[in-house]
Each structure stands twice: as structure tokens, then as C-alpha cells.
Design a protein around this ligand. Structure first.
Ligand code: NAD
Length: 332
């Protein structure tokens, strides 16, 4: 879907918060390619100017450098918009364990500011990045939206609180919301650097640099890794859906298959070896398990399929091929 041009987006006005980040910048780019008018609100805490440099001067694009912890910044950016795709947050479970206060300020107070600004501006729909971490200690597989456990980290608490606030803003003020519980998203523009880098870009960079990737645990933990183009599809469908039961709901955003970390590294080595054969022989190391990590994650995507017509086309293999090609070009 994401390579297709759709005239449904022509002229619609969308605020993407966190638009200089990994997911947000991909959303901005897709919307602009489909002739939408895009506002981006970002404070560059974890986002990068290079993620938006190719469209910074696009006539339909406006950058608002600001902070979601500041209500005025939120109001300025949302002014006159039809929709909000709220991505701004501090991601990473370990970051939230190291600094729960800042994570809470951004992910909870910032979220509340954005919801308030959205309500006051009369936006048609507020679509927000929720998280698979909300499943917490529930061991049920596959994860269905209604069965959640207790949160395992401060980050997971903040993302669950987002869902509670969205629900209350619908009930009390009539704000139309959709929460998207992303499952381990990966793809072009995801930051490979820093202590809180996600596992796929981190491993890709290490392999390209001929360093041994370190797996936390024995490598048997599994995830429903989700390629960015599936996430873009879901955001667009959530934003535009006119299904009477679509809104004021949360949805899993995933592919619906799980891959262990050992399998993941196998695919990455195979893909990268096409560029550099020596990568095939790089050894994997194993370290201690991380606090707050759930052993297995696999989504049911039935709800998104039936209510939003979600039909993801990128499985992990296809997504990793595209990502590796992109990283090779950009990191080498
Ligand atoms: P990212 O760090 O690349 O993007 C987040 C963006 O938000 C960055 O550009 C950052 O600068 C911006 N931001 C942070 N604090 C801000 C503030 N106070 N004011 C304004 N902007 C601020 O992360 P991402 O992977 O693109 O994640 C986007 C969203 O998806 C986040 O809400 C995250 O919690 C959620 N999510 C991501 C994943 C994943 O696998 N990547 C999984 C589940 C949920």
C-alpha cells in the first residue's frame, strides 16, 4: 500500500508529532508524497534533522520546533489541522527504568497536552502511538486487544495511561481517538546509535562494523517484528476509516508472526553477507537478560483486519531486505 499514491490524502491537514523521529518522519514523507498538508512538532530529543531534510523545504510541510510538555507549543502546531498522528514520546524500556520521571513527563503530561489541544481545535481524529508493552506480564499468545496484564516497566505504564486518557477524552469531551499498539517496529531511518537503540538497527550497524552483536538472554525470546510500511498503512487506515465501530478503540499493529532473536540475526547476516561476505562468519555473543523484557510477543491482527481493512504486505523477510539495503547505503 505504502508505495501507492492515494488521492484520499490530497489536501488533508495532518499534524505529526515526533515527526523528526523514525516512525514520524516516515509518516510525514508518505503524507507529503500523497499531497497532504503536514505539520511536524518535534523537540529533537531523539529525532534527527536528517530524517526530515529531504522534505524540509516542501511547500506543504511546516516544522514546529517545540515540546509537547508545553501546551502552547501543542496548540500552535495543531491549529487548523484535520487530524493528529501523535508519535512524540520517549521510547525504550531501559530509558524509562533509568529516568522514569522524564519519561512520565513526556509520555503522560505531553500526551495530555496534545489531547487537550486536539479537543480545543476540533480535530476530526487523534490517532496515537500506543505500545505492545501494555500487554505486560500477560502470557497469553497471540495478544488480543482486550486481554492485558500488569505493566513491567515505567514506559509500559505511560503507554497504558495514554489509552486510559484517550478513552476518557472520548467519553467526557467526545474526542475521536484511535490507539495503535505498535509491536517492535523497524525500517529505514530508525536510529542505530545510542544506549537505547532498538535491536534491529543496532545489530545491523554492529554487523556492518564487523562487531559481534550481543543478545540479551539465550536468543530464544521472540517478537512480532513489524516493518515500517505496515505501520504507515495502519496509520492512514486508522485516520481515514469511516467504519462506524472503528474509532475509540485500540488496535495491534504487527505482521502476526514471531521471530526469535537467533532467527533474526540469521536473516540479518544472510542479507548483509550479500554486500560483505565476511559478515557471515561474525560470531554472536550472549549477555544477561534485561529487566522488563517480556519473553514472547505475537499479535493477533484480526481486529485491525476486520474493522480497518488492514492488510500488511511486508513480512519480516521482505522488511529486513528493504531495511538492510537502506542501512547499507546510509551507514557504509
Ligand atoms: P523516535 O525516538 O525515533 O521518535 C520519537 C520522536 O518524538 C523523536 O523525533 C523525538 O525527538 C520526539 N520527541 C520526544 N520527546 C518530545 C517532546 N517532549 N516534544 C516533542 N517531541 C518529542 O521513536 P519511534 O520509534 O519513532 O517511536 C514513535 C512512537 O511510537 C513513540 O510514541 C513510541 O513510544 C511508539 N512506539 C514505538 C515502537 C517501536 O518499535 N519503534 C514500539 C511501540 C511504540
Amino acid at each position: 500500500m505504502t508505495h501507492e499514491i492515494t488521492d484520499e490524502l490530497q489536501g488533508i491537514k495532518v499534524l505529526v508529532t515526533g515527526g523528526a523521529g523514525f516512525i514520524g518522519s516516515n509518516l510525514c514523507e508518505f503524507l507529503l508524497n500523497n499531497n497532504a498538508i503536514v505539520h511536524c512538532l518535534d523537540n529533537f530529543a531523539t529525532g534527527h534533522r536528517e530524517n526530515i531534510s529531504s522534505f524540509l523545504n516542501h511547500p506543504n510541510f511546516t516544522l514546529f520546533t517545540g515540546d509537547i510538555r508545553n501546551l502552547t507549543d501543542c496548540k500552535n502546531a495543531v491549529s487548523s489541522m484535520d487530524y493528529v498522528l501523535h508519535q512524540a514520546a520517549l521510547g525504550s524500556v531501559p530509558r524509562s527504568i533509568n529516568d522514569p520521571i522524564t519519561t512520565n513527563e513526556v509520555n503522560v503530561s505531553g500526551f495530555l497536552n496534545m489531547l487537550t489541544a486536539t479537543r480545543d481545535e476540533g480535530v476530526k481524529r487523534f490517532v496515537y502511538a500506543a505500545s505492545s508493552s501494555t500487554y505486560g506480564d500477560s502470557t497469553t499468545l497471540p495478544k488480543e486487544e482486550d486481554i492485558i496484564g500488569k505493566p513491567l516497566s515505567p514506559y509500559a505504564i505511560t503507554k497504558y495511561v495514554n489509552e486510559l486518557y484517550a478513552n476518557i477524552f472520548h467519553k467526557v469531551y467526545g474526542v475521536d481517538t484511535i490507539g495503535l499498539r505498535y509491536f517492535n517496529v523497524f525500517g529505514r531511518k530508525q536510529d542505530p546509535n545510542g544506549a537505547y537503540a532498538a535491536v534491529i538497527p543496532k545489530f545491523v550497524k554492529q554487523l556492518i562494523d564487523h562487531q559481534s552483536p550481543v543478545i540479551n538472554g539465550d536468543g530464544s525470546f521472540s517478537r512480532d517484528f513489524t516493518y515500517i510500511d505496515n505501520v504507515i498503512e495502519m496509520n492512514v487506515k486508522a485516520m481515514l476509516s469511516i467504519h462506524p465501530d472503528a474509532a475509540n478503540n485500540v488496535y495491534n499493529v504487527a505482521y502476526g508472526e514471531r521471530t526469535t532473536l537467533i532467527e533474526l540475526l540469521g536473516i540479518l547476516k544472510e542479507e548483509l553477507a550479500q554486500y560483505d561476505t565476511a559478515i557471515k562468519d561474525i560470531e554472536i555473543q550472549f549477555g544477561p537478560e534485561r529487566v522488563g523484557d517480556v519473553p514472547h510477543s505475537l499479535a493477533s491482527i484480526d481486529k485491525a483486519k476486520s474493522l480497518l481493512g488492514y492488510a500488511p504486505v511486508f513480512d519480516i523477510k521482505k522488511g529486513l531486505q528493504a531495511s538492510v539495503d537502506w542501512y547499507w547505503e546510509h551507514l557504509k
